[in-house]
Design a protein around this ligand. Structure first.
Ligand SMILES: Cc1cc2nc3c(=O)[nH]c(=O)nc-3n(C[C@H](O)[C@H](O)[C@H](O)COP(=O)(O)OP(=O)(O)OC[C@H]3O[C@@H](n4cnc5c(N)ncnc54)[C@H](O)[C@@H]3O)c2cc1C
Length: 452
């Protein structure tokens, strides 16, 4: 098992392509089988969302492989969340300190750049090659070449499954003894829509922000694209009132948007057409343990831990997988049983942490961000963080702008909530929020917790 020289990757999506760059740089001969055609040559959808929010963990993963500068040129910084309330009022909330931003990037652009980098470093990608069966016990992978409809079998020394949320390599692990597996769908789905660019590719709403129209049980969001448009995503229940199932005609859609998102509707001339032309996606959380089998197969990225997109961390978490895997290869000097063992021990709790955080953040984004109490709470935390950064980092900052393991951020966030719940109960908190009394209370509660 030690000293493997060749590695087979299944899936050349975001995570498989970045992993290939790291592995080739570590001296491995890398072969990737990807079921789709080469998106650099053929006009195919890069799959799922059109653009993505990239944050610090993702940047570190890209930088570790030396590919961050390629991507930075195409990224648009979003310094704040820009809330559009139903009454027409708008609120701009900075995500972090000055110059801290998350970045809007095109999924296709980043995937193409990463595939270029993988190939430049020597990886060989076979497109139109789909894994149709993975006999995990005998380590035989069956692959179909869609160009000639022929199938063949391989038996690699080490396979890395980076074939996404509906991974065929994971399927093999799922049927092994003592494998824990769960797949949970939200009752909400998503649909991508467009706010068109203005004249000369101008941005018709604030360019450097992630826009949110929170409406309680559902929401619309928008991320900027370099040519002046915004990709909007409606996160909306499949059933009930209101829901996808109720919007049956173009008139239904226009009327609903007129009632709920009137400012966005004015900027969406093709809404009625797009709504029915674009697919409705579902949102799944996948949890699996173990992520490996017999030191011959290791899952990474969504294949190991698909999460809902509300913290904008699925890709970032997968890039962090690649970064950690690379660290483990160096640390354990290419001893793959040690690499896989420590990789799983480090990453599984982190993946469970971000899965929970992502589900929690849906409620925050679609509902709480519009509430005055929530905004006050964030303002108090923000002021305290500015004064005592060594004592307090807001949860969003820990998840998005730090490399603290996700599960530690989650635990810290839950602890901070207990303090903030008490602070928010203070009489007249709306008027005394920035007084010494509030600050002293927070300091005292923190000191008490340190003692206990
Ligand atoms: C609506 C939405 C918005 C999102 N927004 C964000 C965001 O803002 N920020 C963020 O960090 N994350 C976001 N994510 C999550 C992000 O898209 C995923 O975490 C990321 O794509 C995972 O990459 P991956 O390479 O593991 O899987 P994928 O991107 O799914 O790639 C898997 C690859 O494997 C190939 N493949 C699959 N099956 C086979 C097979 N049988 N044989 C061969 N090849 C196969 C596929 O064709 C694909 O190329 C979002 C997700 C959704 C759904």
């Amino acid at each position: 098992m030690e000293d493997k020289k060749e590695i087979t990757l299944l899936g050349a999506g975001l995570i498989g392509s970045l992993a290939a760059v790291y592995l080739t740089k570590q001296g491995y001969t890398v072969t990737i089988y990807e079921r789709r055609p080469d998106m650099r040559k053929e006009s195919i959808s890069a799959g799922r969302s059109i653009n993505l929010a990239l944050s610090d963990r993702g940047w570190r993963g890209l930088a570790g492989a030396g590919v961050d500068t390629l991507i930075r040129d195409n990224a648009i910084p979003m310094y704040s969340r820009h809330i559009h309330n139903l009454d027409g009022s708008e609120i701009n909330q900075a995500y972090g300190k000055e110059n801290q931003a998350i970045y809007s990037i095109s999924r296709r652009d980043i995937n193409c750049l990463l595939m270029d980098a993988a190939e430049e470093n020597g990886a060989k990608i076979f497109f139109n090659h789909r894994v149709t069966n993975y006999d995990i016990n005998n380590n035989i992978i069956t692959i179909e070449d869609a160009t000639n409809k022929k199938t063949f079998q391989i038996s690699p020394g080490l396979t890395i499954g980076s074939d996404g949320a509906f991974s065929s390599s994971r399927l093999g692990i799922q049927f092994t003894d003592r494998c824990n597996y769960s797949q949970t769908y939200l009752e909400h789905g998503y649909k991508e829509l467009v706010i068109e660019a203005g004249p000369d590719n101008s941005f018709l709403i604030e360019k450097n922000a992630l826009h949110i129209w929170p409406r309680g049980g559902y929401m619309l969001i928008a991320l900027p694209n370099p040519e002046g448009s915004f990709t909007c995503t409606l996160f909306f229940p499949f059933e009930g009132n209101p829901s996808f199932s109720m919007l049956k005609t173009e008139a239904d859609v226009l009327q609903f948007f007129e009632q709920q998102f009137p400012d966005a509707l004015k900027l969406m001339p093709n809404l009625a057409h797009d709504f029915f032309a674009n697919p409705t996606g579902s949102l799944v959380t996948v949890r699996c343990k173990p992520w490996s089998f017999n030191n011959k197969l290791l899952l990474i990225g969504d294949a190991a831990h698909a999460i809902v997109p509300f913290y904008g961390q699925g890709m970032n978490c997968g890039f962090e997988d690649c970064f950690t895997l690379n660290e483990m290869i160096t640390k354990h000097a290419h001893n793959w049983s040690a690499i896989i063992h420590e990789f799983e021990a480090l990453r599984k709790p982190a993946a469970d942490g971000i899965a929970e955080l992502a589900l929690m953040n849906f409620i925050e984004m679609r509902d709480l961000v519009g509430s005055a109490k929530f905004l006050l709470r964030k303002k108090i935390e923000g002021a305290f963080y500015t004064k005592y950064p060594e004592k307090w980092q807001p949860l969003y900052t820990m998840v998005t702008f730090s490399h603290l393991p996700y599960h530690e951020a989650l635990a810290m966030g839950k602890f901070q909530d207990t303090i903030m719940d008490k602070v928010m109960e203070l009489p007249d908190i709306e008027n005394i929020w920035n007084t010494q009394k509030v600050e002293d209370m927070m300091l005292q509660l923190l000191a008490e917790s340190e003692k206990s």
